[in-house]
Design a protein around this ligand. Sequence first.
Ligand code: FAD
Length: 508
Amino acid sequence: MIIDDQHYDIIIVGTGAGGGTLAQALAPTGKRILILERGSRMALEDQNRAGVDVFKRDRYHAPEQWYDEAGEPFSPQTNYAVGGNTKIYGATLMRMRDRDFEAVTYQDGITPEWPLKYADFEPYYSAAEQLYHVHGEAQADPSEPAHSMDYAHPPMPHAPIMQPIVDAIKGEGLHPTALPVSLSARGDDPTGDAEVFGIDLALVHANVTLKTNATVVALHTNPSGSEIKGVQANVDEQPMMFSANIVVLACGAVNSAALMLISANEQHPNGLANRSGLLGRNLMKHLMTVIVERGAAKNDGKFTRSVSINDFYWGDQYYKFPMGHIENSGGLLQDIIFAESPPLLSVLARLVPGAGLRKLATASIGWWAQTGVLPKFENRIYLQQSRNRQKLRYEFTPNNLEAHDRLVYRWMGVLKDLEKSSLGLRQSTVYPRGEAPLQIVGYQSGTCRMGHDPATAVLDINCRTHEIDNLYVVDSSFFPSCASVGPALTVMANALRVGEHLIERLKS
Ligand SMILES: Cc1cc2nc3c(=O)[nH]c(=O)nc-3n(C[C@H](O)[C@H](O)[C@H](O)COP(=O)(O)OP(=O)(O)OC[C@H]3O[C@@H](n4cnc5c(N)ncnc54)[C@H](O)[C@@H]3O)c2cc1C
């Protein structure tokens, strides 16, 4: 093992929404910062765009296996690269609604109240939206919480095929609004991500070092277990040991919890900072269904997503519980829909030959329905000793299913009404749809819950572990509940918030 002779002020593990955003926030301090990332820079052609053939391929699945509740292996759709999952995400950056921070009554139970409220996050949401060049229109959506600052960039115009549909949705008395999206203004890499707006900005500073192909495999504490003393990584397959005053994990909710579990020692026999027994538990991932509207006018299949509908977010006149969020998918020939895509489209792809598939895709539009789940103790990741290796077990039983079904059916009802008004939509009898299966893990969160009480939370409100003074987690692990909007903007805002705390701490 090579022992790195540098001692750093901070080591950040992971470069996604959490790690990348934090790195750029800390870089101007001049402190010695080491970033360890298991992936490498992602080639442009591998990012979120390609031809129709991706229907038939399992894109963006990590080259490893996790094991489900039945012990069956699966290959998770998660991206190990500089920028993490933001290199392949949809770039929709939405704020959680203010009520999402409270205890919310879902049909299946009540979500835990967050220890911090919307007002605590608001300035960081604004800062994250500026940093990630979010294009949007604050306040146009009645469910949108108050913004102290408007978006710096106007919303993207809807594609020609979508504009009449948006007008017709308004005609139904609903409130379709511009989807807030991060855009980079780069022709070759249009969506804004944590490489462009995080890591690359951090690396402008000479005090920041990035090591790629550097997989952290264990954290080592001092004898009393109160501090992390060593960060062990395989760098280009070479075992190395690094040290720093502060260690921040940002490996994603599954991998950060796994790293803390695998680093168990005498002082932390059940995993680092796991006296609460909650490390790896309360795993959440949204319920997601894509609905394909086949009778649309001819389109290029490549237009970007732009429409958000939250009229059913908190329920409707027939159902008094939160149902969730609707957005359009953009053209069906873009990778991203297939990257996220549930099996249904893949099934269609197997049935329809290439040219037929393209024809189908360019006469269709898609919609995503997205619903939050409740955190459940039994939904968790853990490590299972199996012969001479440890298997990552990923046990997740979806809940809040009725709310999601109602959202999907409610939306199909709206689509039927729109068809009657003949706005470029033909009457459909079927709406092919598919639910995101277990291996779609991109919206993972919750495995190191944040809270005031060490008995019921792994992290304190600064995302520092309750038990290890210099260990922080700034990815989506900290979520006490997951709301029904995508997690990325909340991860970014939280990284800026924790960054402020760390800057203060580094001064002392
Ligand atoms: C296809 C897809 C579409 C999505 N679309 C949206 C969207 O439109 N809107 C939205 O809000 N969210 C979206 N998401 C979710 C969003 O990408 C995540 O919520 C967000 O990236 C989470 O940030 P993170 O920092 O927790 O983890 P990640 O972004 O996953 O970053 C984790 C990083 O840690 C690295 N890493 C992991 N383990 C180790 C290790 N042991 N050593 C070193 N490095 C390690 C990984 O390589 C990665 O770079 C999408 C996700 C996917 C997969």
